[in-house]
Design a protein around this ligand. Structure first.
Ligand SMILES: NC(=O)c1ccc[n+]([C@@H]2O[C@H](COP(=O)([O-])OP(=O)(O)OC[C@H]3O[C@@H](n4cnc5c(N)ncnc54)[C@H](OP(=O)(O)O)[C@@H]3O)[C@@H](O)[C@H]2O)c1
Length: 281
């Protein structure tokens, strides 16, 4: 295990969870206010100052719909940022763990995507994340690229917290039932990343909770786990037009070694439901 780790994007969902999990490492967490990864000089200065043995990039521009009209912002966070980190880590001779997304795939598959399937993003967000992956691969051979999906945890802006809030406010909620993916509980992802780090087996990994769910399945499971009786009505993608096209099927599977497998997604929902929401602590 690396003894000193710099975490960029430390204020986000994954950035915070990693700090709870990597308890055996000396951590240098940097929020966006402390380190903007789209600033090459700042990235170089942070790595020179901290002298980490590994950098984890948990920072990203995640506004999938806004990205359609803000390509500059999306590419600054998702392509230039990882490129800067890859350049600086390569110069320092240390590995970089970078996090990417199921949205690099087009969603036309009928079985889970594995690490060797060709990406084909359909959105500005997906293209910007793929550009970030490519920069990391090209510029620092000692990289882990971890693709994950549908992240949620107690503290964070995510589908789970939004749908539970709506379920408390409305008589019924309508949720898309024809898009399938891998809902992933952030503390499980952080544990999977911690498991990967000592391997020094560089490459691309899919790390998600097991199984597959539609957004509708996910919402129903969340309501059941929290004891909410508000009806959940299945609707189709066509009923919910969004600026950015969503993959119809972006379930992630893995062929990689070491194989990092997380519990079934329903176990993530159970643990999430048992954890106290941030505003009730
Ligand atoms: N969330 C999902 O459902 C999902 C799905 C698939 C893959 N992923 C990937 O998983 C990783 C972690 O996602 P997450 O859900 O933890 O994201 P998150 O909660 O949105 O956190 C991302 C963090 O990055 C920061 N950030 C944005 N631009 C930055 C920059 N230029 N320099 C430094 N920090 C910057 C953000 O700060 P501000 O809040 O101040 O902007 C935020 O604190 C990302 O790579 C993401 O693309 C996420």
């Amino acid at each position: 295990m690396p003894s000193k780790v710099l975490i960029a994007g430390a204020g986000g969902q994954l950035g915070r969870a990693l700090q709870s999990v990597l308890v055996d490492c000396e951590l240098a967490p940097r929020t966006r206010g402390e380190l903007d990864i789209s600033d090459l000089d700042a990235v170089r200065a942070a790595i020179e100052q901290v002298r980490p043995e590994l950098v984890i990039n948990a920072a990203a521009y995640n506004a999938v719909d806004a990205a359609e009209t803000d390509a500059e912002g999306a590419y600054a966070g998702n392509a230039l940022g990882p490129r800067n980190l890859a350049l600086a880590t390569a110069a320092a001779g240390i590995p970089l763990l970078h996090v990417s997304t199921d949205y690099v795939f087009d969603g036309r598959a009928t079985r889970p995507y594995h690490e060797f399937d060709p990406p084909n993003p359909r959105t500005v967000y997906g293209n910007s994340k793929l550009a970030g992956e490519k920069a990391v691969r090209d510029l620092n051979p000692r990289h882990y690229i971890v693709r994950t999906a549908w992240l949620y945890c107690a503290d964070g802006q995510n589908f789970a917290n939004t749908i539970l809030r709506l379920g408390g406010e409305r008589d019924e909620v309508r949720v898309v039932s024809d898009q399938y993916g891998s809902p992933t509980y952030v503390p499980h992802l952080a544990a999977g990343i911690a498991q990967l780090l000592p391997s020094r087996a560089f490459g691309t990994y899919h790390i998600v909770n097991g199984g597959a769910a539609s957004w509708y399945d996910f919402a129903v499971a969340l309501f059941e786990a929290r004891g909410l009786t508000t009806p959940v009505i299945p609707v189709s993608t066509a009923d919910f037009p969004r600026p950015a096209e969503r993959p119809r099927y972006s379930v992630l599977g893995t062929l990689q070694q070491p194989r990092i497998e997380l519990p079934d997604w329903r176990e993530g929902v159970r643990e999430f439901a048992a954890a106290k929401p941030a505003d009730e602590r």
